[in-house]
Design a binder for this molecule. Structure first.
Ligand code: ZN
Length: 56
């Protein structure tokens, strides 16, 4: 059903909180490579670029 807001959170280390927090993916530009995401910390609200490592 449309209209439901699905928040995908990713656990990632926040540079401000200095620990792993739940972060929301933000689409700010649409030309980023697949492994680069902009994440916003749900604790402090800071946004940062996240480089996802591909598992070998
Ligand atoms: Zn934070």
């Amino acid at each position: 059903m449309r209209g439901m807001q699905v928040k995908v959170t990713i656990r990632y280390e926040c540079r401000k909180c200095k620990k792993v927090t739940e972060q929301i993916e933000r689409i700010v530009v649409d030309n980023l490579p697949d492994h680069v995401k902009v994440l916003q910390c749900t604790k402090c609200g800071v946004m940062g670029v996240c480089l996802l490592e591909h598992a070998s």
